[in-house]
Design a protein around this ligand. Structure first.
Ligand SMILES: [Zn+2]
Length: 243
């Protein structure tokens, strides 16, 4: 952080003569907002030096694809985090039970996938507060739909100690072919601390997921709960042979 700060200040002094101070000041403000103000409440990745990463699945549970993902995870002794929608949890409680019983982590992806960047506090209560009233999760975490943030959302989650979890790798799996997905992970290999954004709702992810996990295993990278990757809790009890 200190180095980045130094480089920005140096770049500011160099650019002062070039009359582009506005751009540098804007970069500086964005840096302060991202690294200092938002850092403690918005997490996009964990520490790079760790040999752990997080597989995250949004928009479920899905009665067709969630069981297939769970089966792959089980066969590969892998743990993942499912950012679920409350309305679908009500529709498919058996999927939710299967996720929990396999030792995976559940996070909030709102009740009905409403975009929250301009949400009122009332809407946040309906979409986020209601979720945590209805479902008892071990570690509260929120992934806002589309990764959109807003001032009310930041205040709401900060005041309730709900970390916002975004991602560091997004292969756009729901609109990408199998070969494009494989290319993505070959060109942007998963590293320690990465949080991968996936969706348990396409055939393509079912085809690619085993290869993603195998590739990481070969590089001694382990898929664990998101809360572990971002340091919310230490590695704890493992269930039934899961990593
Ligand atoms: Zn979503």
């Amino acid at each position: 952080m200190a180095l980045t700060l130094l480089s920005i200040v140096t770049s500011f002094s160099r650019s002062a003569n070039r009359e582009d101070e506005d751009e540098v000041v804007s970069r500086f403000i964005k840096y302060v907002a991202k690294e200092i103000v938002l850092g403690p409440i918005v997490k996009s990745r964990g520490k790079k030096r760790h040999n752990q990463y997080a597989l995250t699945f949004d928009d479920g549970p899905d009665p067709v694809y969630t069981p297939k993902v769970l089966s792959i995870l089980k066969n590969h002794s892998a743990i993942a985090t499912f950012f679920l929608m409350g309305r679908k949890m009500e529709m498919y409680p058996e999927c939710v039970s299967a996720i929990s019983e396999a030792g995976h982590e559940i996070g909030c992806h709102t009740m009905s996938h409403r975009e929250l960047s301009g949400a009122s506090l009332n809407l946040l209560e309906e979409e986020v507060g209601r979720f945590f009233e209805l479902f008892d999760v071990t570690q509260p975490m929120l992934r806002p739909p589309y990764g959109k943030l807003g001032i009310n959302l930041l205040y709401y989650t900060w005041s309730r100690r709900i970390p916002i979890v975004l991602w560091s790798l997004d292969p756009k799996d729901f609109r990408t072919s199998t070969s494009q997905l494989l290319n993505f992970f070959s060109e942007s290999p998963i590293k320690g601390g990465d949080i991968i954004l996936l969706h348990d709702k396409t055939r393509e992810i079912i085809e690619v997921l085993p290869r993603i996990i195998d590739d990481c295993h070969q590089r001694e990278l382990l898929p664990v709960r998101t809360s572990e990757v971002i340091g919310l809790r230490k590695e704890e009890q493992k269930k039934d042979g899961c990593a």
